[in-house]
Design a protein around this ligand. Structure first.
Ligand code: HEC
Ligand SMILES: [Cu+2]
Length: 342
């Protein structure tokens, strides 16, 4: 039978929850350990080297500490004592960290050089603007503006021009790229190519990664990596201008929407709504979520959101609560109209 000393056994028991936590963190969809682009591969490479070295240092230091404590502890007939000044030992434990830091530095500098290279000429360019608390995306050269959800093609580079309208935010999609800050008055660029086989129906989850105020944790976004054909189809659908109401109910919703203050803040292409304070709603019906990923995009959520946005997302100061100005029927009719904007 394996005999483990009691202190060692206790230590193992104490470490178990930590191991469980680490395993849970790895299965999270917002993981850096399952990279799906060239950029994320590079970052993951450095991460692996650092993790392995850190694990070796951790185990070595812990083992040495345990061995020394067990072998040299005071017992009858022997006194424990400290000693000072041993040049050989000091040289050794200076050289080892210098060697470790050097081994980490080389791939790190290479990764920095690789990820800050200029984007290839055929890259798709998306201007990203951070707002408290949502992301605005503008596909350059297409007139296409959207919010919080984007589609990009697999196997082709996309370059993001990162800007901010208010405070510092940060762009981070752990499986694809980041973190790079969105800084007011300064443009950062980030580009990456999703793997050919990264296309899938589920989105890659992104998150603002720089504390930016009350609803920072609610500032999420989604990146759909499409096959090239699906991507072209998506762009084409999003470029369609006015979507005519399909029935009386959505027609009533459109009339209400266009006669409300919504038009001062939101754009719906092909109508008189041309505001630019809030997200472009031209194709809001085609998104899977609203309010930067915190609510499903369905009738009930839209009603709740329009009724009182600040209740759903604390700190939304710009968009007023409409429950005091409209009936629930009117709000529901606007929700139906918005959902029809596919
Ligand atoms: C004074 C400006 C303002 C007015 C007026 C306004 N909104 Fe908004 N709206 C915003 C802002 C800003 C956001 C983004 C809030 C956030 O996510 O943090 C927003 C978000 C939204 C969203 C979520 C969009 C998305 O992509 O997630 C919907 C839907 C919406 N508004 C509908 C409406 C409707 C309908 C009206 C009129 C009844 C209206 N808004 C009036 C500023 C406004
Ligand atoms: Cu933030």
């Amino acid at each position: 039978m394996l005999i483990v000393r009691r202190p060692v056994r206790r230590l193992l028991v104490a470490l178990l929850p930590l191991l469980a936590l680490a395993a849970a963190a790895c299965s999270d969809p917002m993981t850096t350990t399952d990279p799906q682009s060239d950029f994320a591969d590079t970052v993951h490479g450095v991460y692996q080297i650092v993790t392995i070295l850190a694990a070796i240092v951790f185990v070595a230091v812990l083992a040495l500490t345990l061995i020394l404590a067990i072998v040299f502890h005071e017992r009858p007939g022997r006194r424990a004592q400290q000693f000072h000044g041993n040049s050989k030992l000091e040289v050794v434990w200076t050289i080892i960290p210098v060697a470790i830091v050097t081994v980490i530095a080389i791939p790190t500098f290479r990764a920095i050089a690789d990820t800050t290279d200029p984007a290839p000429d055929d890259a798709i360019t998306i201007a990203v603007t951070g707002h408290q608390w949502w992301f605005e995306f503008e596909y350059e050269g297409t007139g296409l503006v959207t919010a919080n959800e984007i589609h990009i093609p697999a196997g082709r580079a996309t370059s993001f021009l990162l800007r901010s309208d208010d405070v510092i935010h940060s762009f981070w999609v752990p499986q694809l790229a980041g973190k790079v800050d969105l800084i007011p008055g300064h443009e950062n660029e980030l580009w990456f190519t999703p793997h050919e086989n990264a296309a899938r129906p589920e989105p890659y989850l992104g998150q603002c990664a720089e504390f930016c105020g009350l609803s920072h944790a609610n500032m999420r976004f989604r990146v759909y990596v499409d096959t090239p054909q699906n991507f072209s189809a998506w762009i084409e659908a999003q470029q369609a201008s006015r979507i005519a109401p399909a029935n009386e109910a959505t027609a009533a919703g459109e009339t209400l929407f266009l006669s409300s203050s919504c038009v001062g803040c939101h754009t719906v292409k092909g109508t008189a709504a041309a505001g630019s304070i809030g997200p472009d709603l031209s194709h809001i019906g085609s998104r899977s979520t609203i309010a930067s990923g915190i609510m499903d995009n369905d009738r009930e959520s839209l009603i709740r959101w329009i009724s009182n946005p600040d209740r759903e997302k604390p700190g939304v100061v710009l968009m007023p609560a409409f429950e005091s100005q409209m009936t629930q029927e009117q709000i529901a009719s606007i929700a139906d109209y918005l959902l029809s904007l596919q």
